[in-house]
Ligand binder design. Sequence first.
Ligand code: AVJ
Length: 326
Amino acid sequence: MTSLPQIDDTESGHSEFLQDVIDGLSQPQKSIPCKYFYDAKGSKLFERICETEDYYVTRSDLEVLKACASQVAHLVGPGCHIIEPGSGAGEKIRILLRAMTDVFQYTPLEISADALHASAARLAEEFPDIRIHPVVADFTADQDLSRVFENPAPGANLVFFPGSTISNFRRAHAGKFFDFATSLMQEGGYLLIGVDLVKPRDKLLAAYNDREGITEEFNKNLLHRINRELGGDFHVEAFEHEAIFNEAMSRIEMHLISKQEQTVTIGGQRFDIAAGETLHTENSYKYTLESFTELAAKSGLVSEHTWTDTREYFSYHLMRADKHGA
Ligand code: AVJ
């Protein structure tokens, strides 16, 4: 049994949701974990964010992935087993599978069984020669990884982690993810990971304050969700969306600022929110190629190859376990 890190697209039971919200609102800097953005409404809003002109992340990600996919295929070699933690709707994997001609198996790991099986069925149709092996896995709990490795692959394992989901993890959390990825890679395996990069401040800020207001809606949906599912009484209209770049921490921070004093009751607990006080809802860490390489090295992972777009907005890293030890 391996202890898996929390990742973003988990659907938790209400009691855990309630407890996390109460814990977050009890801190001096009130916060709510960003994994709760992604209910059905929030997932739709996130897809719309990806289509806005200001949110460069998804377009840059796809650009780099398309450009590097055939080289990845060449470096990893034939007969590989691709494992994708938190596969979600499973769109980016198509780019990789189209470029890789001799894939033995694709194993998406996803907490949402419905999303997992729907996307697995679509992939099976599009890629009849690849064994599609969906595994419902909860990253917040202990997991038996033996289901992932039921059919031994002739080639290497390739852990695929696109979309810069790693951006949401603080240092310790990223370390846990790297350990988990290393256990999936097994001997001789690879990690292909997408990482969003530091860039001019105005570009970063625009991406999280899009002019269409979708990010604002996405941020506020968190409060609507708490009101809906946990019987909260946030006065949502009294909040304003704010995204700032915290340069010292090299991260975008999303907040919701209360324009007026309000008292919120959730699960029988009262929380006073002052006028101008913020709820911190997300961190999105931005790396340089060097700072990411350094972070991964702490977990014993070394870059075999790195790709970026010409603007150096986004990067993919093909990593291996450092045999010489970190
Ligand atoms: C899914 C974590 C990559 O940080 O850019 C987008 C989430 N939040 N707009 C990001 C997000 C607001 C996104 N990641």
